[in-house]
Write a protein that binds this ligand. Structure first.
Ligand code: FAD
Length: 516
């Protein structure tokens, strides 16, 4: 009867296309006859780097690491994997800033995209105004860091419009997720600001795609978690930024509903260029990552208020201005602030160049990294349930974060700036606004499970209260959890996988179609 059960289960797994492919234990020997053999490394250093990431939570060893010298090297590797009797898995590694092994490939090959920066397409800024297109743009290698894109664009008096908080992430890596920050309410996530892509599919085909040319691949790859292809070039929208500066304030709230009401007001007004909300659970929250407002006396006000209130909220608000608007910026800002209900006695304010604002976190690649783990949680929450979310989840969990360190964000997005044809997942209701809770924990490696338990508790509390959240930068143990997170998009995701990576070679570290 066990045999019959096995046959029935296997049959249904095939029928529903949900078969999770096991991985081979080693690579076929004839890989050494390929021209890329000299760029495939198996030395301990290469393996160690490719088997770790920013999160410091997962370790999965690949058999080899490819350091491509050209796009053709990657094509060769993927085609070879497709033709093996048991295909091996391949993962592009951008800058390895996933936190749960998403860019790893156990028993497969990790493609270290960084070596393409020597011979790849680099960054080509197109600074001639093209009226028929209506945009400036740059063609950028998937391996490029956003900080490099910013520097190159500014040389032409231009800049991308949509960002992540941290710029030492690759273009291919963030476009595989969404790429979100305080500009997303206005311009959409980074995936909404791409005109065209070059992609190597899981079959090894090199394809140029855009909304009009191979649209299924274009929309699939954006937010596609590396499942359908490797991005080797992205055409990114730029705007003029010749003398732009950023007037930047942090406003403090003690009341959650005033905090969310004002964020919604700000993003509906379209007046600011950047809006992010921060949950302040202890005095460290405002120091870490965000030391831009150096005002010790204000900081001590926060500490005493925090003692009284237990938790505070902050809105960070930025308005860009240039030489022409320098005379009016203060007036405009005052007008904006008059409409808000923050605690008037404590305003943090600064004025910096556009570059300094966008690069406010600097480069976090320091020696601390191996000493810390980052069990992060990113949850999209429907606007209509935000108050319930606060009552059932935040008020239970946030006091427990008093003793922990990290940055905790809560800020809104406009749904209409997201394109539902893309693979990225957001709440399925039709409300115009949704929020993101980001719990960016840092902890000693042996304590990550305590914070993961808190993360899981939030998810459980939401499920119990019927709050339909979606995870961003998600990581799951089972395919069923992925199916739940994708919801109505799952069918499309499965079809795209079948079409562009039928042998389930790409990005096994996401654990959507491959199990470890
Ligand atoms: P990797 O971790 O190397 O790869 C991530 C995934 O993308 C993997 O599945 C990989 O196989 C795939 N991939 C990589 N390159 C390519 C490519 N060229 N083509 C196709 N697939 C590819 N995210 C935000 O949205 N907003 C933020 O503000 C933000 N801030 C962050 C701050 C820090 C300090 C860190 C560590 C992460 C932050 N992130 C943020 C998350 C970040 O965007 C993702 O983790 C992103 O994947 C990191 O880029 P990476 O180049 O390191 O990708």
């Amino acid at each position: 009867s066990q045999f019959v059960c096995f046959i029935i289960i296997t049959y249904f797994m095939f029928i529903f296309g949900e078969l999770i492919r096991p991985l081979p234990r080693s690579l076929p020997n004839d890989i050494l006859s390929l021209h890329i053999a000299t760029r495939l490394r198996t030395d301990p250093n290469s393996i160690k780097t490719a088997s770790s990431d920013y999160g410091n939570l997962v370790q999965e060893n690949p058999i080899a690491v490819l350091y491509p010298s050209s796009i053709d090297d990657i094509v060769t590797l993927i085609k070879f994997a497709n033709n093996c009797s048991t295909p091996f898995s391949i993962s592009a590694r951008g800058h390895g800033h996933s936190v749960r092994g998403q860019a790893m490939a156990r028993d497969g090959v990790v493609v270290d995209m960084s070596t393409l920066s020597e011979n790849g397409i680099g960054i080509r800024v197109s600074s001639n105004w093209n009226p028929s297109l209506g945009y400036y743009y740059a063609d950028v290698g998937g391996e490029q860091l956003w900080i490099q894109v910013l520097r190159a664009a500014l040389e032409h008096g231009l800049a991308p419009v949509s960002w992540t908080d941290y710029l030492y992430l690759t273009v291919g890596g963030t476009l595989s997720n969404a790429g979100i920050s305080g500009q997303s309410f206005l311009h959409g996530p980074q995936i909404s600001n791409v005109l065209e892509l070059d992609v190597i599919t899981g079959k090894g085909d090199f394809v140029t795609c855009s909304p009009n040319r191979n649209p299924e691949l274009f929309f699939g790859v954006l937010g596609g978690l590396g499942q359908f292809g490797i991005i080797t070039r992205a055409r990114i929208i730029l705007e003029k930024a010749p003398t732009t500066r950023a007037k930047w304030v942090r406003l403090i709230y003690s009341d959650f509903s005033a905090f969310t009401r004002d964020q919604e007001h700000l993003i509906s007004s379209n007046a600011p260029n950047y809006v992010e909300g921060i949950l302040i659970t202890n005095e460290n929250t405002t120091n870490e990552w965000r030391s831009s407002f150096s005002s010790p006396s204000r900081q001590s006000d926060i500490v005493s208020l925090l003692k009284k209130q237990g938790i505070l909220y902050a809105i960070e608000l930025v308005k860009y201005y240039d030489n022409q608007s320098a005379n009016t910026i203060d007036k405009e800002f005052q007008k904006l602030l008059k409409e808000l209900n923050f605690i008037p006695e404590i305003i943090f304010s600064t004025d910096v160049t556009l570059f300094d604002f966008l690069n406010r976190l600097g480069n976090l690649e320091d020696q601390k990294r191996p000493l810390e783990s980052h069990p992060w949680l990113h949850l999209f929450v429907p606007k209509s349930r935000v108050s319930d979310f606060n009552d059932v989840a935040l008020t239970t969990i946030l006091p427990k974060l008093n003793e922990t360190s990290g940055v905790f964000l809560f800020f809104p997005f406009n749904r209409k700036k997201w394109d539902n044809r893309m693979s990225a997942v957001i709440p399925e209701d039709e409300e115009d606004i949704f929020y993101m809770l980001a719990l960016l924990h840092s902890c000693p490696p042996n304590q990550y499970h305590i914070l993961d338990e808190l993360n899981n508790e939030i998810v459980r509390l939401c499920e119990k209260a019927g709050i339909k959240t979606k995870q961003y930068l998600a990581s799951y143990e089972s395919q069923q959890e992925w199916i739940n997170n994708y919801g109505s998009k799952w069918k499309t995701i499965r079809e795209r996988k079948e079409k562009f990576d039928p042998k389930r070679i790409l990005s096994p570290g996401q654990r959507i179609f491959n199990s470890f």
